[in-house]
Design a protein around this ligand. Structure first.
Ligand SMILES: NC(=O)c1ccc[n+]([C@@H]2O[C@H](COP(=O)([O-])OP(=O)(O)OC[C@H]3O[C@@H](n4cnc5c(N)ncnc54)[C@H](O)[C@@H]3O)[C@@H](O)[C@H]2O)c1
Length: 441
């Protein structure tokens, strides 16, 4: 494997652009997926800009500041071209991507209509879906098997058929499906043998999101989990991916409130300001919000959102400043807002001699507009990771997630957005034989 990594890295270092099509397989064809596909198609046509995407818009400094070398990431790293992406999906709702985009109502009719032909051609494959894992939705486009191993085999057949029909050279799978009920790692997720036995035995501990992740890894397809569902984040699947040299990453796209949190909290800690309380609430009215109105799906999201502050503020190391911090997260389904979420944060802090202050954040964001460029970057970076021979959990992509996965649970994930950003860029520099930037020049 060492040798393979070296050879592949040399190919990347020689700056060879990858050839052939990448099939982007999206689990769930809702607001995020359709906004992503429509955006890529619009960018390809030259009628929209890929704002929010590092792979398309960001530069990377090389060497010392005084060297003046700052190429675009896409000119520095041989990433796949947008024209080489083809899209496929699974969803229990049988709408094509055009109808689904209209229903999601994230983009304007004129934007959606400008890529109608491309969207109309994407019809979702039958989903692996069991209602007990997502209570608030139902649909007819579902595989007719209750056996979980058989369901995985059917997904693998879909994957191979898609690859062949579309003449794809490589594939990437991104989970953009609804949030499942809260699930914990258990003995059924210990080793791949435990996991496969549990699938064969139709254990409740194996959810659809896990079955998709298993099918991807088994087919050698890089996998990212944009939802907070447990999916690939179990010992069995992390090890399976690492042993199979398949890149995996997750969980839960870092978009609105959590993105802000991972910017403000590092500032408080850097300045040794005390934080007494952080109250976050938001309203959203899309289908994601409707799913999250079920307490069990909400719990999955809440756990994901709550995890960030502790690791950034380190109350064990700074008990005087952060031990008594009260952190609350609330999500309210409020239909009139659709995808245009509004979040409020009230942060109670204290400074010099314990004098109290407050920070208020009112973020009127568009959820899927923030998530779509993340999907694009993950597709291109996961494809890169696979070409370089980097299997297992891709910690350098933590930048994109609320609950970043780590190769072993004992290693705490990095949540600080700017440390994550440095990790990502230094990984790219090292891949191309450049020195990491440590700002000491
Ligand atoms: N929008 C954001 O900014 C954002 C941010 C972070 C995380 N996420 C997560 O991304 C996911 C997608 O968000 P969205 O706004 O597109 O939601 P959405 O409800 O618009 O789309 C989800 C789609 O997944 C489908 N689905 C559910 N279970 C499925 C299964 N087993 N197989 C195939 N399809 C299935 C649903 O029918 C639906 O069409 C959610 O889990 C959400 O929590 C979204």
């Amino acid at each position: 494997m060492e040798q393979k990594n070296k050879d592949n890295q040399n190919v990347v270092m020689r700056g060879m652009k990858p050839k052939g099509k990448i099939g982007v397989l999206l689990v769930g064809q809702g607001a995020v997926s359709t906004t992503f596909i429509a955006g890529v198609e619009a960018v390809k046509k030259g009628i929209a800009k890929p704002i929010g995407s590092l792979t398309q818009m960001q530069t990377i400094r090389l060497g010392r500041k005084s060297d003046g070398r700052s190429p675009l990431i896409k000119d520095f790293i041989p990433l796949a071209d947008l024209n080489d992406l083809v899209f496929g999906s699974w969803d229990l709702i049988s709408d094509d991507a055009y109808t689904a985009a209209k229903k999601a109502a994230v983009l304007s009719d004129s934007h959606i209509d400008s890529v109608k032909t491309q969207l109309k051609s994407i019809k979702p494959m039958k989903a692996v879906f069991y209602q007990e894992y997502v209570k608030n939705i139902s649909g007819p486009n579902v595989k007719k098997t209750r056996n979980k191993m058989r369901a995985a085999e059917m997904l693998m057949e879909d994957i191979m058929r898609f690859k062949q029909r579309n003449g794809c050279d490589r594939l990437v799978m991104i989970n953009c499906a609804s949030t499942e009920i809260h699930m914990k790692e258990s003995v059924f997720h210990g080793t791949i043998h435990d996991f496969e036995d549990a699938m064969k035995g139709n254990r409740h501990e194996i959810s659809p999101a896990m079955i998709y992740a298993y099918a991807a890894i088994k087919c050698g397809v890089p996998y990212a989990n944009g939802s907070p569902s447990l999916a690939a984040d179990t010992s069995a699947l992390r090890t399976f991916a690492s042993n199979s040299n398949v890149p995996i990453v997750g969980k839960d796209f870092k978009t609105g409130q959590t993105l802000m949190k991972t910017v403000i909290a590092p500032m408080l800690k850097a300045r040794m300001l005390k934080c007494d309380g952080w109250f976050s609430t938001n309203i959203l009215g899309n289908r994601d919000g409707e799913v999250l109105a079920d307490p069990q799906s909400f719990k999955t999201k809440q756990v994901s959102k709550l995890s960030v502050l502790d690791t950034i503020l380190q109350p064990d190391m700074y008990p005087e400043l952060y031990k008594d911090l009260q952190h609350q997260v609330h999500i309210n389904y409020y239909k009139p807002r659709g995808d245009n979420k509004e979040g409020w944060d009230n942060i109670d802090i204290s400074g010099w001699m314990n004098y109290p202050m407050q920070i208020k954040v009112n973020f009127l964001c568009r959820d899927s507009i923030l998530a779509a460029p993340i999907v694009l970057d993950l597709v291109l970076f996961l494809d890169l990771a696979q070409r370089v021979g980097m299997g297992g959990v891709q910690e350098w992509l933590s930048f994109y997630f609320k609950s970043p996965m780590t190769p072993v649970p004992s290693v705490k994930p990095e949540h600080d957005l700017f440390i994550q950003h440095t990790m990502l860029k230094n990984r790219l520099r090292v891949m191309m034989g450049e020195k990491p930037v440590d700002h000491l020049d």
